[in-house]
Design a protein around this ligand. Structure first.
Ligand code: TYD
Ligand code: MG
Length: 467
């Protein structure tokens, strides 16, 4: 046995320290550094020390035969879309998310769908007993499928069991935090154990050709290692997200060696599990009150799909010395930038106002194209003038106050028209615009033009003097 050495590892990002400290300098999290015995890991441990001479490998040219990655398609469109057209055989996929968000539900439904299409699926549950998994399967109407269950947490035992049986098309591990390997000495859930377990399973995926889906809980308190510490080891990383209190769940791809990374799958959690949402815009705009000021509809893109969402702003005089800026579903620095541009170039002063910004429906926007819609919502809230209810906004605002074009204008407009919108405010230099009689296009060159447009529907208290 190799000499064991104590190290301190951040459970959130995996940074290694020689002594304990309260804050991780690498990721900035507090109280996430835990003492671990770092010896071992697959390939380490007993073999370590016995040096092997290197074996020459083949050098290959860049050009040559390419095989299309064979995929298993679940038939759940939103899942297939997020994985880039199906799960690639022999690949390892990590699905991360907050506890209770619905990862086990999603994977049980996926397992059942794949089994119905004739694929063999093994579901390894380390968190729940077989009876619990069966109960959920019953609720999801998946109990009649040939999915095989295993309640096991030891990696070597899992692999030994699989070696006995027929090689499955898909292996689901729920979750990586319960895995432990004989070769690593730390407690289950620590970075060393999670990495050792995932490494062994990724190796199994490559050598057997089975696809492996690994579930990882996002952790806040650092007691157990989060999915981030194994992101680099797997072929694809998807996060399952949603806001508490909302039924929408979004499966977001953040890394994919076999497909695009900006795709999302949208689901709705109901009494019988997750339901696919084929048209998310209808859902996000569902409960809209078009008459209230401060609401603007943003025509966004998520991957290849246009998504319309409502952006809500509330601007109110502040009672505090430092006014509040609260953002849900968008970027805080980005809001600060839009506020600064409104102040510097448009004379819209919000220095004495609290600003609240919310993206409706628990959706999260990552595009800068939302700048224009945010600015419109802010000005509308400040002036008390509602925006036209049949109008969508998109465009990026630069620090000079210019409104810059964004990609996929045609697709955004088409989706807006489909949902009954008939007006759009967009950057002046937008190319590839479709001519449609049902959609009136108002181009703005700079942010002051937008402010003037919004003000035309109501007075704007500008330049510091308030009514
Ligand atoms: P679960 O899949 O166990 O979450 P995770 O594996 O990510 O921890 O889902 C847990 C939540 O989903 C739980 O609060 C109950 C809810 N749920 C439904 O609303 N409907 C359903 O059909 C199922 C199975 C779960
Ligand atoms: Mg679970």
């Amino acid at each position: 046995m190799a000499k064991s050495k104590l190290t301190f590892i951040c459970q959130a990002c995996g940074a290694v320290y020689t002594r304990w400290q309260g804050k991780c300098e690498s990721c900035g999290e507090w109280n996430t550094i835990v003492e671990e015995n770092a010896s071992g890991g697959i390939g380490g441990g007993p073999q370590r020390g016995s040096r092997r001479k290197g074996r020459p490998s083949a050098l290959l040219p860049l050009s040559g035969e390419i095989e299309e990655a064979p995929r298993i398609v679940s038939g759940i469109d939103e899942l297939d879309r997020a994985t880039g057209g199906g799960i690639v055989r022999g690949s390892a996929i990590l699905i991360g998310g907050d506890p209770g968000i619905g990862k086990s539900t999603l994977l049980m439904q996926a397992a059942a769908a794949l089994a119905r299409r004739g694929n063999s699926v093994v579901y390894v549950s380390g968190e729940e007993a077989v009876a619990q998994v069966r109960l959920r399967a019953q609720r999801l109407q998946a109990a009649d499928t040939d999915v095989m269950l295993m309640a096991e947490t030891n990696v070597e035992d899992i692999l030994a069991t699989l070696a006995e049986a027929k090689r499955p098309d898909l292996l689901i591990i729920d979750s990586i935090q319960t895995l432990w390997s004989d070769f690593a000495e730390s407690a289950p859930g620590t970075v060393t154990q999670v990495r050792a377990g995932v490494q062994a399973l990724v190796k199994y995926a490559k050598s057997s050709g089975s696809a492996v889906i690994l579930v990882g809980h996002v952790t806040k308190d650092g007691q157990i290692a989060g999915p981030r510490v194994v992101e680099h080891m797997v072929d694809a990383v998807l996060y399952f997200e949603g806001e508490g209190g909302h039924h929408f769940r979004i499966l977001r791809t953040v890394k994919n060696r076999f497909g695009p990374t900006d795709e999302i799958g949208v689901f709705e959690m109901g009494g019988e599990g997750l339901r696919e949402v084929a048209n998310p815009s209808e859902l996000f705009l569902g409960e809209r009150n078009a008459k209230s000021p401060g609401a603007a509809v943003f025509a966004g893109m998520e991957g290849t799909r246009p998504v319309l969402v409502e952006i809500q702003a509330l601007v109110a005089p502040s009672a505090l010395g430092t006014p509040r800026r609260a953002v849900v579903g968008w970027d805080q620095p980005r809001l600060a930038m839009v506020l600064a541009v409104l102040d510097a170039h448009c004379g819209v002063r919000l220095g004495q106002h609290d600003v609240y910004l919310n993206v409706a429906g628990g959706f999260r926007i990552s595009e800068p194209a939302a700048d224009l819609a945010v600015a419109a919502a802010l000005v509308s809230s400040l002036s008390g003038a509602p925006l036209p209810s049949d109008c969508v906004y998109f465009g990026e605002v630069s620090l000079s106050g210019a409104v810059r074009p964004v990609a996929h204008a045609a697709q955004r407009l088409k989706e807006a028209e489909k949902l009954g919108f008939s007006r759009s405010v967009l950057p002046d230099s937008t190319a590839d615009l479709p001519k449609s009689p049902g959609m009136r296009v108002e181009a703005v060159e700079a942010l002051p033009d937008l402010v003037a447009k919004v003000a035309a529907g109501g007075a704007i208290p500008g330049s510091g003097e308030e009514a």
